[in-house]
Design a binder for this molecule. Structure first.
Ligand code: FES
Ligand SMILES: [Fe+2]
Length: 431
């Protein structure tokens, strides 16, 4: 049973709170590399802090507090310098650590600048993304998950600002049976209303067993559907939550392999930036348009219609609908948990345990400091996902990927890769 104060302890993301201090031990994506090539600054709100990511004229990136300590103008309109950025209002200059290094209109020899500064945080780059870290130094390494480093790959990142606390989103990733209803029976109902018939694909398969296993970096969840053998990948392998805020799924098709990460970045207590990061590694020898391989394509995922209703005919918007309708911060003290909620309970216990570690001055789960442990972190996922076994195009168009600007090219590439791989397969294993 969770009390109101337990709930606050687990869900608060701001500095000085138990949850907020834990979350400050991890790196978060805050921009794509392409965005920061096209512009000098980007406003970033992260863990309740208003920040500006900027690039100086020597190419270094800084993540500093948004409001100038002089008279509080926004550094998002700053003027980049060789060694920092100047406030647009009176030209005070700050370096990437947030130190004030020049005040052009103060008398020569003044030491006033040494007394003022902005918060300044660590910035890194991985997988075509720029990452920020707001915790104590020395910062750990950014975990090199397989999908961030696999090459060559077609990479894309969809984003949507979700107006609720990050934890209810993560709890959804520890709740396998929701797929049966939210993506199954609800989908069937929506399509039945729209088309007069139920859809032919069925992801409403009933779960006969679910299981959760903790591993070094988080938690694996597994499921067994009615009629499935225990040899099925869904049950034997499953897929992981990489603690605390990333869900990894993926699949292997003939000619390609998909690495999919859902990254939940806490903006503040009641807002989360949701990222869908996909890397498609094409293994068959087919032509991939060059622009698709060059950098991560960023796009917005609209989860609501113009009238404000969620697009419940789209798989990813079904999840967002469930998260948001639980409220800005779900009132866990009012819940009545059932037997299938044991993954949710397990995740909360892990969170509580890791908060206690940080309070005791230790590194929490997922802190990686040794480069040799971080060459590539291979996340094993079920290759043969029975829930997603329909065709390439219908799979992509049913989900958030429909908003990827090059989705048609992607379908064409994956289908060509599939055809080629199947044609080249030795006859003995042909299907
Ligand atoms: S407000 Fe920034 S220098 Fe004056
Ligand atoms: Fe879901």
């Amino acid at each position: 049973m969770i009390t109101e104060s337990d709930n606050q302890r687990l869900t608060s993301v701001t500095a000085g709170t138990p949850g907020g201090e834990l979350l400050r031990r991890y790196w978060y994506p805050i921009a794509t590399a392409g965005e920061m090539r096209d512009s000098w600054t980007k406003r970033v709100r992260l863990l309740g802090e208003d920040l500006v990511l900027y690039r100086d004229r020597s190419g270094r990136m800084g993540l500093i507090g948004e409001f100038c300590p002089h008279r509080r103008a926004s550094m998002a309109y700053g003027i980049p310098a060789i060694d920092g950025i100047r406030c647009p209002y009176h030209g005070w200059k700050f370096d990437t650590t947030g130190a004030c290094i020049e005040q052009p209109n103060e008398p020569e020899g003044s030491t006033f600048k040494d007394k003022v500064s902005l918060p300044g945080y660590a910035v890194g780059e991985l997988g075509g993304l720029i990452w920020g870290y707001l915790g104590p130094q020395p910062a750990p390494l950014i975990p090199k998950l397989d999908g961030f480093v696999v090459e060559p790959a077609i990479r894309m990142i969809g984003h949507s600002l979700v107006p609720c606390n990050w934890l209810q989103i993560m709890e959804n990733s520890c709740d396998p049976v929701h797929t049966e209803w939210l993506h199954g029976h609800l989908q069937e109902f929506v399509e039945e209303q729209r088309d007069g018939i139920k859809p032919s694909f069925a992801i409403s398969k009933h779960h006969v067993a679910i299981a959760f296993d903790e591993f070094e970096y988080g938690l694996y969840k597994r499921r067994l559907y009615e009629g499935q053998s225990e040899d099925a990948d869904d049950w034997k392998v499953g897929h992981p939550v990489f603690f605390p805020n990333l869900l990894a799924v993926g699949m292997r098709r003939d000619g390609s392999r998909t690495y999919s990460f859902q990254i939940r970045v806490p903006i503040d207590d009641t807002n989360t930036m949701h990222y869908w990061y996909n890397a498609y590694a094409v293994t068959a020898d087919v032509d991939v348009p060059k622009h698709m391989l060059e950098e991560v394509t960023r796009y917005e995922v609209p989860t609501r219609k113009e009238n404000g209703d969620f697009r419940v005919e789209m798989l990813d918007a079904q999840d967002v609908m469930a998260w948001v309708t639980q409220g800005p911060i779900a009132k866990r003290e009012l819940e009545k948990l059932g037997t299938t909620d044991r993954g949710v309970i397990m995740f909360r216990k892990m969170l509580e345990r890791e908060i206690a570690k940080v309070e005791a001055g230790q590194d929490p789960m997922g802190t990686i400091r040794e480069p040799e442990k971080n060459t590539v972190i291979d996340l094993h996922v079920e290759y043969d996902k029975s829930m997603m076994s329909d065709g390439i195009a219908s799979r992509l168009y049913r989900a958030q990927a429909q908003f990827y600007p090059h989705v048609k090219d992607l379908v064409a590439v994956l289908e060509a890769a599939q055809t080629k791989a199947r044609a080249e397969r030795p006859l003995t294993t042909a299907r």
